[in-house]
Design a protein around this ligand. Structure first.
Ligand code: IPD
Ligand code: CA
Ligand code: CA
Length: 259
């Protein structure tokens, strides 16, 4: 039913991502949005290209994109875009970054695409139809014990100012899992959980564009996604816990354990 949108989004993410990759060695003009929150001209260039194509093809759809674009519309379709997820890595030349494009219909994400141009890995999902990596169906892992689980997380940009900076949870999981990683692209964290490279991922204070596409990819790959209390996940919410389902309760237990 949403095939047309899926194909359009896959092509768009790939085309723009490959252009960014071609130019990513060029000088980066780095601006600070906050003490540790960066933006480059490539974030804006990527956003311009993505938004231009969407507006050309679907002029009456709404758009929410990270670098200050919020176009409301009476049409129930809304595009949610992170034109460059992993800007800190990108700015330092660390090749772990992605583009994330999702299409929401009346509050439900129906199509999600995350593209990693460095590895030419295209993750995508369509509601009710499954999730794929480069066209091949993906599934979550089967690790049942937190003790054996490889986890991933991230830290919010207010890490220096707020005590809710995830350092406490990071410390706890580091002691009771196989290991915890911090890659720096929430969209890829979700996709890597979806395809079984990670068994679980938690983070807080993300924005809708960080998690819209990736959350659908996790669900469609058979994963479980909730907030830290096990309540339904929302891309507009403050917490994300995405796992293979088998270690979900064990992670909720740690997330809610008193010091
Ligand atoms: C960030 C990345 C990072 C996460 C941050 C996000 P950006 O997105 O996804 O992994 O920990 O909270 O804001 O700023 O690179 O698009
Ligand atoms: Ca992001
Ligand atoms: Ca971004």
């Amino acid at each position: 039913m949403y095939d047309e949108f899926l194909v359009f989004t896959q092509r768009l993410a790939q085309n723009v991502g490959d252009l960014l990759y071609r130019d990513c060695q060029n000088t980066k003009l780095i601006e600070h949005k906050g003490a540790v929150d960066l933006v480059t001209q490539f974030d804006r260039q990527s956003q311009d290209l993505i938004v231009k194509d969407i507006e050309q093809r679907y002029p009456d759809h709404g758009i929410l994109s990270e670098e200050d674009i919020m176009k409301d519309s009476a049409n129930p379709m809304k595009w949610i875009i992170d034109p460059l997820d992993g800007t800190t890595n990108f700015a330092h030349g660390l090749p772990i970054w992605s583009l994330s494009i999702a299409l929401e219909r009346e509050g439900d994400v129906i199509v999600g695409v995350v593209y990693d141009p460095t590895r030419q890995e295209l993750f995508s999902a369509q509601q009710g139809r499954g999730a794929w990596l480069n066209g091949v169906l993906i599934k979550i892992s089967t690790t049942a014990d937190l003790d054996k689980a490889l986890l991933v997380t991230g830290f919010p940009y207010d890490i220096r100012e707020s005590t809710m900076n995830n350092l406490d949870h990071f410390g706890k999981f580091a002691l009771c899992s196989q290991a915890v990683r911090r890659l720096g692209s929430a969209a890829l964290d979700l996709c890597y959980t979806a395809c079984g490279r990670f068994d679980g991922y938690w983070e807080r204070k993300l924005s809708p564009w960080d998690q819209a596409a990736g959350s659908l990819i996790v669900k469609e790959a058979g994963g479980m996604i909730t907030d830290f209390a096990g309540e339904p996940f929302s891309i507009y919410g403050d917490q994300v816990l995405a796992t293979n389902g088998m270690i979900h309760e064990q992670m909720i237990d740690i997330l809610n354990r008193r010091p």
